[in-house]
Design a protein around this ligand. Structure first.
Ligand code: HEM
Length: 184
């Protein structure tokens, strides 16, 4: 995954669990020393991130799912700050969700041709009801990250979001499907 995803994870660990914990995670996982610090434009093995998440889970007693969710929620402000050009005329959760496919498939691929972004789409969006369906498909099966990002976006734009996952890749479905509703 791209280096900035790792950078945002480092910031999350420092802010939520402390700088010492981050150093311990580096030491306890098999990330080569010369790789740190992670650099935004480079691509690193997913295993580095998953290794640090698993080590953080053992250390804190929090489940991996909980950590992935917390990380997703925490990363939203940092992610939006890193890519101001992609969100400059967007001021709402639905605004981001309407652009999420374009951002991943077109903009991110333009910036980093070696990226392997997830396939996320907002479908059947009803503007008057503020309701729609979000689908997520990725070999990484990180739907807990999607949950966190959805809640992080609603916090960022001072909205309320409810979502209900009807299908899940972790349960054998071909994609994750969410019914989403936003209250402004
Ligand atoms: C300005 C908005 C966004 C930007 C700039 C952005 C950018 C990125 C980038 C660069 C990656 C890494 C891809 C790679 O390393 O190959 C990524 C991964 C990911 N993004 Fe986004 N993203 C945005 C919004 C969202 C939203 C709204 C969601 C969920 C609703 C989301 C869910 C994910 C997930 C789950 C991954 C992990 C990779 C995977 O599951 O395969 N992103 N994003």
């Amino acid at each position: 995954m791209k280096g900035h995803i790792f950078q945002l994870f480092e910031i999350f660990v420092k802010e939520k669990h402390g700088e010492m914990v981050l150093d311990e995670l580096y030491n306890e996982t098999s990330i080569p020393e010369n790789v740190i610090p992670f650099l935004k434009p480079l691509t690193y093995p997913d295993e580095y991130l998953l290794g640090m998440i698993s080590a953080l889970s053992s250390k804190t007693g929090l489940s991996v799912d909980q950590i992935v969710y917390d990380y997703g929620k925490h990363l939203v402000p940092g992610l939006l700050e890193m890519y101001p050009q992609l969100i400059k005329s967007i001021h709402s959760t639905s605004g981001i969700l309407k652009r999420v496919e374009h951002i991943h498939v077109t903009e991110i691929m333009k910036l980093y041709p070696d990226a392997t972004p997830p396939d996320i789409k907002l479908k059947e969006w009803d503007e008057s009801k503020q309701e729609g369906v979000l689908t997520y498909c990725s070999p990484r099966h990180l739907c807990r990250l999607v949950d966190g990002v959805l809640d992080g976006l609603a916090d960022r734009y001072k909205e309320k979001i409810t979502y209900h996952q009807t299908h899940c890749m972790n349960k054998g479905d071909k994609e994750c499907v969410y019914k989403i509703s936003i209250i402004k």
